[in-house]
Design a protein around this ligand. Structure first.
Ligand SMILES: [Zn+2]
Length: 123
């Protein structure tokens, strides 16, 4: 999964096929009224690359409310709200991002952030 030139709609299709059609954070079904978005696990402002390995499906509400919180912080916040976030998906996608960065190189800022997130998520 290394096509970085896909358009927005195609990226969404790939992500939904990979992870299923529910919001990573609140579990809401994204095939109904909720508007699906792709949420960057490592925020762009923290150096997160625009790769599929850094994206998960989220409803627009969660994507907006998360802001720049880290995945670990936001998972805690989601649980505090009584939701059942898909922490396993987050771990899996972050692990695939680690592999992608190892393969492709670069992404110095993202590497450090990713390492600390993986530690917090016990990967
Ligand atoms: Zn949601």
């Amino acid at each position: 999964m290394n096509n970085r030139n896909l358009g927005r709609a195609d990226r969404m299709t790939v992500v939904l096929e990979r992870d299923g059609t529910h919001c990573t954070w609140c579990g809401q079904d994204l095939t109904g009224l909720a508007v699906p978005t792709t949420d960057h696990l490592i925020p762009k402002v923290k150096g997160g690359p625009a790769w599929l390995e850094n994206e998960v499906a989220a409803c627009r509400r969660c994507n907006g409310q998360r802001g720049h919180l880290s995945p670990a912080e936001w998972l805690t916040e989601c649980r505090g709200r009584g939701w059942h976030p898909d922490a396993e998906r987050v771990r899996r996608v972050l692990a695939s991002l680690r592999e992608a960065i190892e393969e492709r190189g670069g992404q110095r800022r993202a590497r450090q952030y990713l390492a600390s997130q993986l530690r917090r998520l016990n990967c």
